[in-house]
Each structure stands twice: as structure tokens, then as C-alpha cells.
Design a protein around this ligand. Structure first.
Ligand SMILES: [Zn+2]
Length: 220
């Protein structure tokens, strides 16, 4: 086998293992690596470690009914995926790095599965399973946060983004205020990361959007 072929094969295998370790379905790993489903089943799964079952997520219908925290976490994953892409990483590596980063920021259990993250990335960039993008990343005109939105949705000038909604509810809803005190860990995390936005409220130059978290150094 020529060495480029061997390198491609090694890369595909490494990617497949990474995806499986993050809980990916065989279908997802197949799209990301190009390896055949039968081969992936044999290599990565066994009766003791069976592959994830059930219907793969379809983000296009899901996003519109997803609750606020799901939409916020979807925005975090997708924003970091696109950031990695702009830095020049190939889509599989960008997705895996963005997902690991998301897991490090938001405590378990993760609201966004790796399969969901794959579907979000695919439908935002128009790759793998998607012929064209259905979503894009938008900067909120009110708070400056980057968030995921369906292409063609109304501007945030007329409707609050998920981060604005969280801030509004946090200030208004006594149940959310209580829940911050006795700490669902994720919400605490979110508030910590939102604090630059909170302090920027009312400041037109507030330029520290939530998704501009310091990015961990990339290992090669
Ligand atoms: Zn906003």
C-alpha cells in the first residue's frame, strides 16, 4: 500500500476511535471517516460495548422546539466548530475538538450528544449529510453573543437571542434565581461565562460575547 494510503487509513482509524469514545453512532462515524459501517461495527464495538441504537438526531426539526439551554449549548458547540474551521482544521478534527471543548465547559450529562453536534455542524456548513446549510451563526444585536439560528429567521433587533432570553429569565423568574443558588452545575458555569455579557449590559461597546471563551491550545 502506498504511504499516503496508509496515512489516510491511520487517520480514518484514529478519527473513528475518537468519535466512538465520544459516543458516536456507526452512521455518524461512517460519514466522518468514510469507513464502511460493517467494518466500523467489527472494529469498534462488541457485545460488551454495543453501538448506540435508536434514531439519529435531526436538528432541523429539533432546534425550533428545543429549550433554551439546549439551544445555548448547541450554539457553543457550533461556534467552536466554525472557529476551528476558520483556523484551517479539517471538518472531522474541528468537530472532535469542538465537542471535547464543549464537554470541558459544560458539566455532564451533556445536553448535546456527539451525533447532535455532527448534525448541527453538517447543517451549518452544508457538508457530510447536508447539501446546503440550514443554520448559520448570528451575532446578537443586543448582547453581542454568537448563537445558532435558522437561516432566514427574524433579526435579534425584534426578538431576543437565547443568551438574552437566559439573562432576562435569570433576572425575572424566581425559580431560575433559586436554581442558581442551589446550583445545577451547568447553569453556574453558564452564568460564570456569561458574566462578561452581564457586565456589558447597557454598554454598546460590550465586546465580550459568550462564545469568545479562551480556546485551549491545540495539540498536534
Ligand atoms: Zn443576545
Amino acid at each position: 500500500m502506498p504511504s499516503t494510503k496508509i496515512n489516510q487509513r491511520m487517520r480514518a482509524l484514529a478519527l473513528a476511535r475518537d468519535c466512538a469514545s465520544l459516543g458516536a453512532r456507526v452512521r455518524t462515524i461512517h460519514h466522518i471517516t468514510g469507513m464502511r459501517p460493517r467494518e466500523l461495527l467489527n472494529l469498534l464495538f462488541s457485545s460488551r460495548t454495543p453501538p448506540p441504537r435508536g434514531r439519529a438526531p435531526d436538528t432541523r426539526e429539533w432546534y425550533h422546539n428545543a429549550n433554551l439551554l439546549y439551544r445555548i449549548e448547541a450554539s457553543i458547540v457550533t461556534a467552536n466548530f466554525l472557529r476551528m474551521r476558520r483556523m484551517g482544521f479539517q471538518a472531522p478534527e474541528a468537530l472532535i475538538a469542538a465537542y471535547r471543548y464543549y464537554q470541558s465547559v459544560c458539566q455532564p450529562p451533556s445536553r448535546i450528544s456527539f451525533d447532535r453536534a455532527f448534525d448541527l455542524a453538517a447543517h451549518t456548513e452544508g457538508l457530510w449529510i447536508a447539501k446546503s446549510p440550514s443554520f448559520h451563526l448570528v451575532s446578537c444585536l443586543r448582547c453581542g453573543s454568537e448563537f445558532l439560528d435558522a437561516i432566514g429567521s427574524a433579526s435579534t433587533a425584534v426578538r431576543p437571542c437565547p443568551f438574552c432570553q437566559l439573562l432576562e429569565r435569570h433576572g425575572r423568574d424566581p425559580r431560575l434565581a433559586t436554581s442558581v443558588v442551589d446550583a445545577p452545575p451547568l447553569f453556574e458555569d453558564l452564568v460564570v461565562h456569561l458574566s462578561p455579557v452581564l457586565t456589558a449590559t447597557g454598554d454598546a461597546d460590550g465586546d465580550t460575547p459568550f462564545t469568545s471563551l479562551p480556546f485551549p491550545p491545540v495539540k498536534h
